[in-house]
Design a binder for this molecule. Structure first.
Ligand code: NAP
Ligand code: MG
Length: 403
């Protein structure tokens, strides 16, 4: 059987611990036998990051900018314990944070859904994708614990030092709390474009919500920027694609999301996205079934699993015990990236192979073959719990049987 050829290389970012093991199994059993896999390989495992003083992470992000599509394995974000465990030169920043800053991207998280995995919300039939604006607001705020009575003021001076704005925030008669936060037009614009592009790319409606009725400058600016960019740059393309852009108050959005049947993208401000993505992920079932893609406003895509390196399972693996770690989100990161590469390079065989591979994995689970985490959730009469590798080999059986 001849392998599917590729044109442009895929930027491959290897990672750490259990997901690094899964990464190799997916390549060995599910990709390399079928595809003439062309990747530009970057090892973002902690050992290599330390050896290169983290330069490898920056090089990988630049490669995604150059080629347009990357796939990333989960990586350790070091804390103090990791610094001693790996004898690191320093406490490196999160690779995802570094990559996101270089690509100026927005993260879209979508669950992998299956009829046997019933969401807690009965009406949800299709995935709900959450787009979170990962810049500014309370995550970059200045806070103060007010200790005594006094006056809090908000002031803005332009670059020449002239005061353009000055207002009393509050006359404190007792102790209290105070916060100053900000955002930037260009960041909101990038976020809006990433959302509109992703909606077009996946042919799903886009919702955006904020609290503009209460926050008449701050949140209203978000609303206006989205609307202006939509009208000027995207309205025609949305009409052609048969999808809609819809703005509503965050309260109304929450109520509508719960009543909906899913199948749309919900763009959220930073805090709303942080909170709502955890709610949506939990209601859909499992973090192990959540995929994630970073989309830059100029159209670069980086696919990954939303979960981490599954450290506890890795230590079991090192101790020689059998593991049952779910590879679905990592597999869908690969298929997402291969499909995108296939679309951009006009290789229909690559796109349809990635579709078949996804279908094979879904069929395996629907037939009752799954890892431990799903066995606890799946609404099926007969379930067979497989090991990490056992599940991947079962997917291969389904893939070969479908060919
Ligand atoms: P985690 O790796 O997501 O795992 C947390 C727990 O969730 C696991 O112990 C496991 O529960 C369950 N789980 C997650 N993924 C699973 C899968 N594929 N199959 C089965 N169960 C799964 O989070 P963590 O333990 O907090 O973090 C571990 C490391 O990952 C950290 O060093 C962190 O820095 C890194 N991290 C990386 C990323 C990323 O690169 N995107 C994201 C988050 C965390 P049970 O033990 O109960 O089975
Ligand atoms: Mg959160």
């Amino acid at each position: 059987m001849s392998k599917i050829p590729m044109k442009t290389p895929l930027v491959e970012m290897d990672g750490d611990e259990m997901t690094r093991i899964i990464w190799n199994m997916i390549k060995e059993h599910l990709l390399e036998p079928y595809i003439d896999l062309k990747t530009e390989y970057y090892d973002l495992g902690l050992v290599k990051r330390d050896a290169t003083d983290d330069a490898i992470t920056i090089e990988a992000a630049q490669a995604v900018k150059k080629y347009g599509v990357g796939v990333k394995c989960a990586t350790i974000t070091p804390n103090a314990a990791r610094v001693s465990e790996y004898n690191l030169k320093k406490m490196y920043k999160s690779p995802n944070g570094t990559i996101r800053a270089i690509l100026d991207g927005t993260v879209f998280r979508a669950p992998i859904t299956l009829p046997c995995l019933l969401p807690s919300v009965r009406s949800w039939q299709k995935p709900i994708t959450i787009a979170r604006h990962a810049y500014g607001d309370i995550y970059k705020c200045t806070e103060y614990r007010v200790p005594c009575p006094g006056k809090a003021e908000l002031s803005f001076k332009d670059a020449s030092g002239q005061e353009l704005f000055h207002e009393t925030v509050f006359d404190f008669e007792t102790p209290g709390v105070l916060m100053g936060m900000y955002n930037k037009d260009d960041s909101i614009q990038s976020f809006a474009r990433a959302c509109f592009n992703y909606a077009l790319d996946t042919r799903q409606d886009l919702w955006f919500s904020s609290k503009d009725t209460i926050s008449k400058q701050y949140d209203h600016t978000f609303k206006d920027i989205f609307q202006d960019i939509f009208d000027a740059e995207y309205k025609d393309r949305f009409d052609q694609a048969g999808i809609t852009y819809f703005y509503t108050l965050i309260d109304d959005a929450v109520a509508r999301v719960i009543r909906s049947s899913g199948g749309f993208i919900w763009a959220c401000k930073n805090y709303d996205g942080d909170v709502m993505s955890d709610m949506v992920a939990t209601a859909f079932g499992s973090l192990a079934m959540m995929t994630s893609v970073l989309v830059s406003p100029d159209g670069n895509f980086e696919y990954e699993a939303a979960h981490g390196t599954v450290t506890k399972h890795y230590y079991k693996h090192l101790a020689g015990e059998s593991t049952s770690t779910n590879s679905m989100a990592t597999l869908f990161a690969w298929t997402g990236a291969l499909k995108k590469r296939g679309e951009l390079d006009d290789i229909p065989a690559l796109v349809s192979f990635a579709d078949k591979l996804e279908q094979a994995s879904l069929s395996a689970i629907s037939a009752g073959f799954m890892t431990q985490d799903l066995a606890l959730l799946a609404d099926l009469e007969h379930k067979t719990v497989l090991s990490t590798e056992g599940f991947i080999l079962k997917v291969k059986e389904f893939l070969d049987a479908a060919a």
